[in-house]
Design a protein around this ligand. Sequence first.
Ligand code: FE2
Length: 615
Amino acid sequence: MSVSINRPINRRRVIQGVGASLGVLALRGFSVKADEPVHFTHGVASGDPLADRVILWTRVIPGSGSHSEVEAVWQVATDVEFTQVVSMGRATSTEATDYTLKVDATGLPANSSFFYRFIVAAKTSPIGQTKTLPLGMVDSYRIGIASCSNYPQGYFNAYKHMAESDLDLVLHLGDYIYEYAEGRYASKVALEQLGRNVEPTSEILNLEDYRMRYGLYRTDPDLMAVHQRHPFICVWDDHELTNNTWKDGAENHNEGEGDFQQRMRAARQAYHEWLPIRTTSNGDQAPIYRSFQIGQLADLHMLDTRLHGRDRGLEYAKDLTYQTITFDIRNPKAPKIIAPKQAALLADAQVQQLMLPFDLSSGKPVAVTDYTKIAELNPKTLPEGWSYLPDAASFRREKLDNPQRTILGFDQEGWLANELQAGKARGSKWQIIGQQVLMGRTGIPNLTLDLAGKPKEYVDFVRRLQSLEKLGLPFNLDAWDGYPASRQRVYEQLISHASNPIVLAGDTHNAWAFNLADDSGQAVGVEIGTPGISSPGMESNSATTPAKLAAAFRDASNELVDLDTSHRGWAEMVITPTHMTNQWHFVDTILQRDFNVTSSQVHVCKVGHRRFSNS
Ligand SMILES: [Fe+2]
């Protein structure tokens, strides 16, 4: 049975009534036209289903008059008329949670679909649909996978398509919102013609900012529709926090933006308020990694690779230094090359370390070690045909491969190992790892590019990557490729305790499929990277065609099975006792409400194979 989805609220309607008594901020982008006792401002949502319960969400604000709290009745029924109510209760929305309201509706039968709603006096929320997880073996389970929905880039057409699709569950792998100020990481058309400006207009830094940004996103009719139609299981990536977050800082947390941990506390609080995630008794500052059992068919482990325990991400520009040479300069007329060990025994003033240039004119790099020739040189004065070369060996040895570095934190690594072992003891068929960043090894594509007319930032980025390509270094240090020891530890667990691992990733805005293998080449499992809902992919800045780019990535990445670099959309995964299939659905535009969907080939992994059949 289907239920009609309520029409979107027009944000541009005149604000009256509530605004006067409660303050415009409480509206969070919602506009009201009538002086009613309460307002359901942002639809309904459900999430974190278990076999006997599910989180139900709404937001209800008082109208004019009293504005301290609102008591609502919630109901779960098997029919849309609510004649067969199977669970109900009362809950209160208050200012302390930004008038969001979450309840854990318990006592529900497994593997069942429900309708739910909230009621305050004579006012009823939109009716949502949700579903509990199954018990035992089930024939088939269908999951929609989403990430990277950026409001000022365009319409969430992919969410609309998900809302209209028959799914058991939606996984959101992060970048549900973006933190930037108006005009940053935005499409000119979306801003100027579609009116998709952000609120607040500044970068979001404090609790009020984060709440306001969620409120804006959740006025989007397609996002409201997909929440109303399907239960979600969500984890954050960086942009619900701030760009390239790690446990103690972030690329986009700068001087003048206050205390980083205070900002994270605000981001976490707003996330728990606005998303239908089960907030445990440990509160909204507790870890969000958690597991679900899809009957005997699959275990689903949702990870936090971003904030919980992630060490600082390495950056080539900062962390990959040039090769150097050390001289003993005690006799200034005859400096002598010495090993770093010998240099350590001398005083600083007796030693000089220089960048080591290479003469590339013969086609093979030849080190130039003559002190008199190289002492005064710098990158700008290097003779034609000479170059400084990166010290990839030291970079790998001292930084990249450091076994102490972790993307999960050692406690989360241990937790995952325990969860996998428990799943093995239960005999779960598939092990789904829902998380943020790509796990598959991705090399740097070797491309001949036409960089004429491209922005300087992009040209510099490409040049730097091109210089690294020959060194066999990974493409993206922000992904698991930047934490190889941590990945290998997880792979060892997946090989020992998981029979059929499926890793899911978001983050890149592009679609990827990998056969994962550990450091010795042993098959681990498969990985699906979901394309972004609206954030731009590699096509937006690439100086080549998508086909050439995909081919170059495949040449550089042994594990890569399939790749799409130029479409927005989502991934649909179906698991059965014998197969897992994946298909990407791509929308042809995010700048118009009317759109068409094309779907990729179907990727198939059979039970016991740990790799895609069509690879
Ligand atoms: Fe993103």
